[in-house]
Design a protein around this ligand. Structure first.
Ligand SMILES: Cc1ncc(COP(=O)(O)O)c(C=O)c1O
Length: 384
């Protein structure tokens, strides 16, 4: 039985919050207990700057499920995924570099590189099913291409990349000596007969792939601020040197709890807890995506991974920002603006993300049902 938790600062009473990727699940009890015990036992001192050794080892061990044995010394513990992405950008990008980003994908990938003087080159995911056509990537590679950023499973489209797609990306990366950032935050949330594969496990890729390993979403500790980065050996020292003063490490007792969380993934208990969460997300997506798709004027695919729906509301002919604001004001349903997850100038002068909202399925099915009813009423009023 999954425990719920509703102490969420962004949620206003009377509204339905589907905006951020912050599930209404409590952090599992065995992880909470580990944090409390760590405080009681005195794990209250500074942690080593790359993270406590037992957590780095637990993450390297967890990753061996993909058939790669990383050295714990390649793992850097971070205060969540956002600092991890920031650290890669600070350490690896120079002014003038180009970063290839699949479009749509997580908003931060589009915003960060320009802060380093690098530019983002959006690579459109085909409109059918948001998968990759390798030519679309190949055609955008130049001598300045430094990095490909991949979110697998993808936020916001839920795409789970196939082996062929990952092979195609790997071939392009190897042929053109480009590094890859593989953000695998949602790797545990993959449905039906889909498998999550890691690009770092493909031949020739572990030495050029930075992997973002979850924490935040996997174990429902969004507010705990714990994630990690696996760094290719040859780049480790550069990352260490260039991010030395960023100081974004989680508290020592949080890292002890993280150790419990990752170690439990090799036990039946930890696997059962994860399955319970995956099954619940599966119920939510099966209900909500089908329900959205039935609303006149909305097209909504049933996603394969992560926990975001990505309905297309273009047909209503109003800007998505207005759709989102009016929906909040009139019906009290808060959804994300899916356009924030897109690049620009991909199809004509429009991003492929154009016209999408992004409800995060972070509430129970009965609440999602209520949200869907309200969205339907809202769209009927729009069509009048
Ligand atoms: C794909 C992806 N990567 C990274 C992050 C950032 O995670 P954090 O909240 O740990 O900073 C998110 C958050 O939504 C995400 O969806």
């Amino acid at each position: 039985m999954i425990e719920r938790s509703y102490k969420h600062y962004s949620v206003k009473p009377g509204t339905i919050y589907l905006r951020g990727g912050d599930p209404n699940f409590a952090t599992p009890a065995h992880i909470r207990d580990a944090a409390i015990n760590a405080i009681i036992e005195g794990y209250t001192h500074y942690a080593p700057s790359a993270g406590i050794p037992e957590l780095r080892e637990a993450i390297a061990n967890y990753y061996s499920k993909y058939g790669i044995k990383y050295d714990p010394e390649q793992v850097m513990v971070t205060s969540g995924g956002s600092p991890a992405l920031h650290m890669i950008n600070v350490a690896m990008l120079d002014p003038g570099d180009e970063v290839l980003v699949f479009d749509p994908s997580f908003s931060r990938y589009f915003g960060e590189p320009p802060t380093m003087g690098a530019s983002v080159v959006p690579v459109p995911l085909s409109k059918t099913g948001f998968h990759l056509d390798a030519d679309d990537l190949n055609d955008r590679v130049t001598k300045k291409s430094k990095m490909i950023v991949l979110c697998n499973p993808n936020n916001p489209t839920g795409t789970v990349y196939t082996k062929d797609e990952l092979r195609a990306i790997s071939d392009i990366a190897i042929d053109n000596d480009i590094m890859v950032v593989s953000d695998e935050f949602y790797s545990e949330f993959v449905y039906d007969d889909k498998d999550h594969l890691s690009i770092s496990a493909m031949e020739g890729m572990s030495e050029r792939t930075f992997v973002l390993v979850g924490g935040t979403k996997m174990f429902n500790f969004t507010g705990w601020r714990l994630a990690s980065l696996i760094i290719p050996k040859k780049y480790y020292k550069v990352v260490e040197k260039k991010t030395k003063y960023i100081g974004v490490r989680p508290a020592t007792f949080i890292q002890r709890a993280g150790t419990e969380a990752f170690n439990a993934m090799s036990t039946k208990y930890g696997q059962a807890v994860m399955k319970e969460h995956r099954d619940e997300y599966d119920r939510r997506r099966t209900f909500f995506c089908k329900r959205m798709d039935k609303i006149d004027g909305i097209e909504c695919h049933t996603f394969d991974g992560a926990f975001y729906a990505y309905p297309d509301v273009t047909s209503f002919g109003i800007p998505v920002s207005k759709f989102v604001d009016d929906l909040e004001r009139e019906e009290g349903v808060l959804v994300g603006n899916g356009e924030g997850h897109g690049g620009v100038s991909v199809i004509g002068n429009k991003s492929i993300a154009y016209g999408h909202i992004r409800p995060a399925l972070v509430q129970d099915v009965d609440v999602l049902e209520d949200a869907a009813d309200r969205i339907e009423r809202f769209t009927k009023n729009l069509s009048k």
